[in-house]
Design a protein around this ligand. Structure first.
Ligand code: PXP
Length: 239
């Protein structure tokens, strides 16, 4: 199982003061040195953290494969087609949200998503759709020809007790269904060292995309060690 580190919040810290540091480009290099397998950046339409120049520099230098998270918006799709990251993860985006809320409604937005998935795929970019573990969304993602889904783990990570167990059951069954349909399965949102053991019960996982908890932990132990801790935790996955 691979770890993709979302470095958006390195840019959040920079943007908060309008400085040139901390530089997400440097964070990308540390991710590679620390043994992560990929870098995720979310180029939001409001550019609240990662900027176009960050994405350009990271993709040009490619310290690791780049997963570009983005809304299905014409301006951002054009950027992806110009820069050609290894992977694009399409997410829903709302201006007011603190972070991505909910998964994509692939069923409801099939008409808008189909041409985007096709044009990205034709450009050689692996497309992933960020969705809740709902069977009809997973089936539609497979029908659209996206090679990957990313299961939204945020609901599980925010829940406790019986609600968490129920959401974990949905994630496990969602991953099983996706695997049967030939989809590769990533997971992300809200994952930290405390809820990781539950996440590791989800089968067929290719990559975990983790951001906030790693960057938060790096304030105390440094980014390299925060990534190493997460990799050690992931190594406890049942084989
Ligand atoms: N995956 C997706 C699709 C996301 O939108 C995010 C948040 O940007 C993440 C993973 C990482 O979530 P977190 O920062 O909570 O680890």
């Amino acid at each position: 199982m691979k770890l993709g580190v979302n470095i958006d919040h390195v840019a959040t810290l920079r943007q908060a003061r309008g400085t040139v540091y901390p530089d997400p480009f440097d964070a990308g290099r540390v991710c590679a040195e620390a043994g992560a397998h990929g870098i995720t950046v979310h180029l939001r339409e409001d550019r609240r953290h990662i900027q176009d120049r960050d994405v350009e520099r990271l993709i040009a230098a490619r310290p690791l494969p780049i997963n570009l998270e983005m809304a299905n918006a014409a301006e951002i799709v054009a950027i992806a087609l110009r820069l050609r990251p290894e992977e694009v993860c399409l997410v829903p985006e709302r201006r007011q949200e603190l972070t991505t809320e909910g998964g994509l409604d692939v069923v409801g937005q099939e008409g808008a998503l189909r041409p985007t998935v096709a044009v990205l795929r034709d450009a050689g970019i692996a497309v992933s759709l960020f969705i809740a573990p709902e069977p009809r969304q997973i089936e539609k993602a497979a029908a659209l020809g996206a090679p990957f889904i990313e299961l939204h783990t945020g609901t599980f990570c925010d829940a406790s007790g019986a609600a968490a167990e129920e959401e974990l059951r949905r994630l496990i069954e969602g991953a099983q269904l996706a695997h049967r349909l030939g989809l590769k399965v990533n997971a992300g949102h809200g994952i930290n060292l405390d809820n990781l053991p539950g996440i590791l019960r989800i089968p067929h996982l290719d990559t975990l995309n983790i951001g906030h908890s790693i960057i938060a932990r790096s304030v105390f132990v440094g980014l390299r060690e925060a990534i190493a801790e997460m990799l050690r935790g992931m190594a406890q996955a049942p084989s």
